[in-house]
Design a protein. Structure first.
Length: 257
C-alpha cells in the first residue's frame, strides 16, 4: 500500500498535556493538532467539522474535547460574531506561552495555515467553485463597465461609490485598453483581488481596508498560489481557492490592526 502524503507541519504536546490523566488520548492529540494549525497570529480557526473529519468522529465529540481542554486551562476559545450576533469565526488559543512562542517561530512573516481540507464531495466542491467564479466574473464586469443592475451586496449607489473609491486608492481601476494588454492569469488575479475587497467591505469588515495596501493583497495571493501549486493532488490540496485566499487575507489584515 502506498502511504498517503501528509502535510509537512509540526505540533507540540508538552508534558503537562501528555501526562494529564484527566485527558483522553484523543484530546491530547487534538491539542497537538491545534498547535500545528496556529498561524503567525497565534490562534487556530479550524472548525469542528474539520477536526471531526480528521479523527473520524462526529462534530459533537470534537466540541466536548475542546470544552474539556478549555475547562482544564490548556486552551481558550474566542467566538467572533457579526452585528447580527451570528458566529463568523472561532479562534482557539494555546495558554502555554512557551509552547505558543515555539510554534509561532516556525512560521515566516507571511505564513499560511498548512492544514488538510475536509473531504467534501468532489461534485459539490466543483459546483461551489463554479458558482463563486460566476459571481466574481459578474462583479468584475460591473466594476469595469459600470453597466447593469447594482450588485445586491450594495444597498445604494452611494455605498458602491464608497467602495469604488477604495478600488481607486489601490489603483485597480484599469481601463479597457490596459486590461487588453494583461495576460489571462493576471486578469484572474485582478478579479479575485477586487471581489475579495468587495466581500470584506460588504461583510462589515471595511475597517480592515483602512490600513491595507495593494501589496498586502498581491503578496497573500502569491503565497496562496504557491501553496496551491505545491500541494496540488495531495490530501492538502486547496478545494476552493477563493475561500482559502479570502481567509488568508483576513488574517493578514487583522494582524495589521
Amino acid at each position: 500500500m502506498i502511504e498517503e502524503k501528509q502535510p509537512s507541519y509540526y505540533s507540540i504536546i508538552p508534558s503537562t498535556v501528555r501526562y494529564d490523566k484527566r485527558l483522553k488520548f484523543a484530546e491530547r492529540l487534538l491539542y497537538g493538532e491545534i498547535t500545528a494549525l496556529m498561524g503567525k497570529e497565534g490562534y487556530c480557526f479550524a472548525s469542528n467539522n474539520y477536526f471531526a473529519s480528521l479523527y473520524e468522529v462526529i462534530p459533537g465529540t470534537i466540541s466536548r474535547w475542546i470544552s474539556h481542554l478549555a475547562k482544564l486551562g490548556y486552551i481558550t476559545v474566542e467566538v467572533i460574531r457579526n452585528d447580527k450576533n451570528e458566529v463568523i469565526e472561532r479562534r482557539i488559543y494555546i495558554t502555554d506561552i512557551s509552547c505558543r512562542k515555539v510554534m509561532q517561530n516556525t512560521y515566516e512573516q507571511n505564513s499560511i495555515y498548512l492544514y488538510k481540507h475536509s473531504r467534501a464531495d468532489p461534485m459539490s466542491q466543483k459546483a461551489k467553485e463554479n458558482n463563486i467564479n460566476i459571481k466574481i466574473d459578474r462583479f468584475f464586469n460591473y466594476i469595469m463597465n459600470n453597466k447593469g443592475k447594482l450588485p445586491k451586496d450594495f444597498i445604494s449607489i452611494e455605498q458602491f461609490q464608497e467602495f469604488y473609491e477604495i478600488i481607486e486608492r489601490f489603483e485597480l481601476n484599469y481601463t479597457e485598453d490596459i486590461l487588453n494588454t494583461f495576460q489571462e492569469d493576471n486578469i484572474v488575479k485582478l478579479k479575485i483581488l477586487i471581489y475579495t475587497m468587495k466581500e470584506i467591505f460588504t461583510r462589515k469588515r471595511k475597517e480592515l481596508l483602512v490600513k491595507a495596501t495593494r501589496e498586502d493583497f498581491i503578496e497573500v495571493y502569491g503565497s496562496c498560489k504557491k501553496f496551491e501549486n505545491l500541494y496540488k493532488n495531495t490530501e492538502s490540496e486547496i478545494k476552493n481557492f477563493f475561500d482559502y485566499y479570502y481567509a488568508s487575507v483576513i488574517r493578514k489584515l487583522e494582524a495589521k490592526q
